[in-house]
Design a binder for this molecule. Structure first.
Ligand SMILES: Cc1ncc(COP(=O)(O)O)c(C=O)c1O
Length: 341
């Protein structure tokens, strides 16, 4: 089976499992796990922040960050279809008690949109207090923010007295695509979340990074949200291994995503522009009478798993468990499925 549904479907490698098995551990709720400490120090250094906190998932990383930066009744400004709104089970409303305002675009937006959308603290308004940037944009097809655009958005955010959160679940991919370091891409945000379980191939785990006081606040919310773990050094060891061994190979995923798009482009009924593939995600528009769901089923029968993101859009994601040959085979299967749909 070739599984291109997500970069989260990877299996831990033998070397990663060995690192997990050998991890030195302690009770992390007591702050006694040396491997978790090492991961937190490593990520803080990598992102250029004072501190970092290990959490079970990217969802928790986003949610505790935004909870720490807001008060109930406020508003968080986000890009179109941002993960923290679309795929986190309504947690911003349910747990943080905040509302969201989605800005138009492909997940990216500009400083003018921030200024236009800002709502001040007036008795009858929900004041906008945080701007959240997702880099890369998952639903935007892995789109990467130009650093200059981030700078303009952050400048507008600061001028209006707001805080800024970066959902960097795939910041590693953005770093590869831009040639900038993760530290450079994280600069200027109050909180930064990064995931070890997406392109990097760890079985679980994300990080929240920022200044010590905000990370301390996040630490409290991690416990409140049920994310305090005990001998979590076993998972942190997978994260350390992923950072050391899987980051450098991400360009391979980007090349495979591009290859998928090139092999599929031009097939009647499937619309994709290879020039727009910036990282490891490929979005394909499906023309009627075909439906995305029918193509998912047809490909599944031929050993290729892909996702239907909407009734007319497919998502394919390259990752460390699919090589070039697997992508060639997947593209062939999808093309044939589209012909017979
Ligand atoms: C952009 C983005 N942020 C956050 C998350 C949440 O990560 P998790 O699935 O670990 O909760 C995802 C998951 O795919 C994501 O794509």
């Amino acid at each position: 089976m070739i599984d291109l549904r997500s970069d989260t479907v990877t299996q831990p490698t033998a070397a990663m499992r060995a690192a997990m098995a050998a991890a030195e551990v302690g009770d992390d709720v007591y702050g006694e796990d040396p491997t978790v400490r090492r991961l937190e120090e490593t990520v803080a250094e990598l992102l250029g922040t004072e501190a970092a906190l290990f959490v079970p998932s990217g969802t928790m990383a986003n949610q505790i960050s935004l909870r720490a930066l807001t008060r109930p009744g406020e508003e968080v400004m986000i890009g179109k279809d941002a993960h923290c709104w679309l795929h986190e089970s309504g947690a911003l409303a349910a747990l943080a008690g905040v509302q969201t305002q989605q800005l138009p675009g492909d997940g990216r937006f500009d400083a003018q949109a921030v200024r236009d959308g800002y709502k001040p603290s007036i008795s009858y308004l929900a004041p906008t207090t945080v701007v959240a940037v997702e880099n890369t944009c998952n639903m935007g097809g892995g789109a990467v923010w130009p650093r200059a655009q981030i700078d303009e958005v952050l400048a507008a955010t600061r001028t209006l007295g707001m805080s800024a959160h970066l959902d960097g679940a795939r910041l590693w991919n953005a770093a590869v695509a831009t040639g900038l370091s993760e530290r450079a891409l994280a600069a200027g945000f109050d909180t930064v979340s990064v995931c070890l379980s997406k392109g990097l191939g760890a079985p679980a785990g994300s990080m929240v990074a920022g200044a010590r006081d905000v990370v301390t606040r996040c630490h409290r919310f991690r416990k409140m949200y049920g994310g305090g773990m005990r001998q979590s050094g076993i998972l942190a060891a997978a994260g350390l291994h992923a950072l050391a061994h899987h980051r450098a190979r991400l360009p391979e995923d980007h090349a495979n995503a591009r290859l998928l798009a090139e092999l599929i482009a031009g097939e009647p009924g499937l619309e994709v522009d290879p020039e727009r593939i910036e990282t490891n995600i490929v979005m394909i528009e499906v023309a009627p009478p075909r439906s995305a769901q029918a193509l998912v089923a047809a490909c599944g029968e031929r050993g290729v798993r892909i996702s239907a993101i909407t009734p007319r859009r497919l998502r394919l994601v390259a990752h460390l468990d699919v090589d070039r040959a697997a992508c060639e085979k997947a593209a062939d299967v999808l093309r044939k499925a589209a012909r017979f749909a």
